[in-house]
Design a protein. Sequence first.
Length: 195
Amino acid sequence: MRTAELKRTTKETDIWLRLNVDGTGESKLATGCGFLDHMLTLFAKHGRFDLEVTCKGDTYVDYHHTVEDIGICLGNAFAEALGEKRGIIRYGDTTLAMDESLVLSAVDFSGRGGCYYALNIPAQKVGDFDTELCEEFFIAFARQAGLTLHLRQLAGSNSHHIIEGTFKSVARSLKKAVAIDPAFADEVPSTKGVL
């Protein structure tokens, strides 16, 4: 089982996170941000990842530190759970329709963390969630996971649908990328021999 459990405490957030990459999609979330809980529930379900997160953050300021720091922790958890990345397919992509929105994600567990983000979310807020935090989450996640992540919005006008489609698309791309290729189960998927 590829799992990770970690705790991260700063002056802004106190986070505990547990991840099972080979899970069933179960989640237990208490981030202090309802919209993020909703997105991470979808992420776990569509990636078939078991995910537990608790966070006490300075949400009296806003959700920025909570969202970014959970992205950092989730990225670290994927990096830890995958270790040397032996046997993984490494790459994954998904074009996902969410009502009028259409979002493409492509991932590569390259060891070179980077997020290449091209979403045009029309509203500044969904409920009390600042929509610019979607980008902050995925930047933090990709950097810490050592993941190249491309996000493209191909269609969409509803901000909730665009963000939800993005989380679902990324989860499904990750599910493909972390799957074990039985033909190469003991190999690191790189000519360099390391990722």
